[in-house]
Design a protein around this ligand. Structure first.
Ligand SMILES: N[C@@H](CCC(=O)N[C@@H](CS)C(=O)NCC(=O)O)C(=O)O
Length: 194
């Protein structure tokens, strides 16, 4: 299988999850400006969406969208899921919140200028992180074991640090815990981030 990714993009979540799973996979960097992959291929030939992540399975089928890619990874590597009756539902609930609420809130941060929009986004994001972090007593989102949802949240926490978004103490601690995980360090190194 092959993960198409861009350094420090949301695809880092899928990259970390694959490393955490101990999966055997290749990866290829995508230039999101030119839509060319590192080997010179037109990325639109991989996915007409033109954005990362795109995970090409061993069957040749391509899976896109963080929610679907991370859910697929958890389905293949059950320790990255949550083994309770509502476990998968809770993970999908969290992945959806991250994907449809938190992730888009960062949008203005990636553009130069737009200072008023950025200040507003910081307030929105701080509230969204509080919603997740307030009352969180466990090491990770769903207990003391990491799940694919932590991988996605972690990327949002890295973005929060980059764009000076305040975090509740529980999420700052979760980020520190993730920073120290060997799989996270490998993915960060392989994306040239450390
Ligand atoms: N709906 C997609 C959005 C993915 C996304 O926003 N990817 C960004 C990187 S974080 C991207 O590739 N942007 C480049 C572009 O849209 O041209 C998902 O949830 O996976």
């Amino acid at each position: 299988m092959k993960l198409y990714y861009s350094p420090f993009a949301c695809s880092l979540a899928d990259h970390i999850a694959l490393e955490e799973a101990g999966a055997s996979f290749e990866r290829e960097e995508v230039d999101l400006e030119t839509k060319r992959t590192a080997s010179g291929r037109d990325f639109f030939a991989v996915t007409a969406k033109g954005y990362v992540p795109a995970l090409v399975l061993d069957s040749g089928e391509t899976v896109t969208e963080n929610i679907a890619v991370l859910d697929w990874i958890a389905s293949q590597y059950p320790p990255l899921g949550v083994p309770e009756l509502l476990g998968r539902t809770r993970i999908l609930e969290m992945l959806s919140y991250i994907s449809t609420e938190i992730h888009p809130s960062f949008k203005p941060m990636w553009h130069p200028g737009r200072d008023a929009e950025k200040s507003k986004a910081r307030v929105t994001l701080a509230g969204q992180f509080e919603l997740i972090g307030d009352g969180l007593k466990t090491h990770y989102l769903f207990g003391d074991r990491l799940s694919v949802a932590d991988c996605y949240l972690y990327v949002m926490l890295l973005w929060a640090a980059r764009f000076e978004v305040p975090l509740p103490a529980s999420l700052a601690a979760l980020r520190n815990r993730m920073d120290a995980r060997p799989a996270v360090r490998i993915a960060m190194r392989d994306e040239g981030l450390v």
